[in-house]
Structure formats: C-alpha cells, structure tokens
Design a protein around this ligand. Sequence first.
Ligand SMILES: Nc1ccn([C@H]2C[C@H](O)[C@@H](COP(=O)(O)O)O2)c(=O)n1
Length: 216
Amino acid sequence: METATNTRDINKKREGYLEWPEYFMATAFLAAKRSKDPCSQVGACIVNEHNVIVGTGYNGMPKGCHDEEFPWSKESKNELENKYLYVCHAELNAILNKNSANVRNCSLYVGLFPCNECAKVIIQSGIKEVIYMSDKHSKKISTIASKRMLDAARVTYWQLIPKNRRIVIDFDEINWNEQNQLPASPAPVQVSKMMENLTIAGTTAKPLQFDEIVDN
Ligand SMILES: Nc1ccn([C@H]2C[C@H](O)[C@@H](COP(=O)(O)O)O2)c(=O)n1
C-alpha cells in the first residue's frame, strides 16, 4: 500500500489505486449520502460485465411524494404514518434508474443485503450477482425469504470486506501540483487534514466510511 512517506515514481503505474469492488461499493455509499432517511441511508450501484456503471440509487420517497409530506418515522402505531409503506429501496431505484437497455448479467453493489421485495426485482431484471456490505438483518424473515429466492434463481451473493475501511474525497485535491499523485485511500497521515478541508455547502461532511453500516 502506498503511504505519504513512500517515494513515488511518476514513470510507473501508480500503486494504491482503488480496486473495482471497492470503487463500486464506494459509489453505492456515495449515492446513500443523498438519502433523506434519518435512520438508514442505503445506496446501490449496478455494474455491467465491462465494469461500466449502469445505474445508481438510494432509498427515498417515490417521485412526486415529497420528502417533507411523507413520514420518515418507523414507530408510529398507525402504519400509514411510518415510512415503510412508501419508501423505495436503493436497489429498486438503481434498477429503475438504469441508463442501459437492461441490467441482464449485471452485478449489484449494495450497502445492506436486499430484502425479499428487492430480491424479486433483482431476479426478474436478470441481475446475476449481489455484493453487499452488511447482512445485519440476516435473522429477519424478509432476508431469509430473499436468500431462498436468490438461491433458487441462481443469483450469487457475497459480502465485500474492503481493504480500505475509509475512502476520503477531498475536493481540494484538484488544486495539487501536477507532479503529485493522489494518495491511496486511506492516506493515514493526511486523513485528519482532509477531514478538516472537506466541507459541503458550509457544513463539515464526513468521509466515506464503510463502517457506517454496522453489523449487529
Ligand atoms: N436492502 C435495503 C434495506 C433497507 N433499505 C431502506 C429502506 C428504509 O428506508 C431503510 C430501513 O430503515 P430502518 O428500518 O433501518 O429504519 O433502508 C434499502 O433501501 N435497501
């Protein structure tokens, strides 16, 4: 792994670059940052067999169902006042957002293991592989049913254990001297400095952190 103290040879291929699975999962995590859900922000990223991203999505209300008007709570005794009847899951949105003719034989990267409803859509759309970060709801019947359907339909699934626990996006990197190379993620000695610099619309934003979805 490249560190800030390594000497860098600008005539050789850069080391410490992001590998495909972490790049796609990080893209899913970045999409999740758009979610308005106060409890769980989930992102998904669909990739074709040429490693081209063909769709991303995050959990949110359907179009026309305004975030301010529809409920985000989860514990109301009145189910109509909870989010679950309304919110579109990240996987569904990623599939519906596809910019290719279809998602046949694609891989889907997602923060949380898909529920049974998403499994149906994944299977019917022809996605062949699911890569997830957390399976924290593995005991729920929706997850058990999901795996039963995915297994029957021969959709494979596996958990990504990223080498990089954190990936930092620093908008100031573009101002660097052209001789510099981007640091590997994470760049241990520079992370705190980068966090100081990372601001979005005047508020301090957190770096992308794979540990945000914590397994129970
Ligand atoms: N695979 C998944 C699982 C969940 N979601 C969404 C649905 C809700 O917006 C939220 C879960 O809420 P919680 O019960 O944790 O308060 O996450 C998804 O998009 N994909």
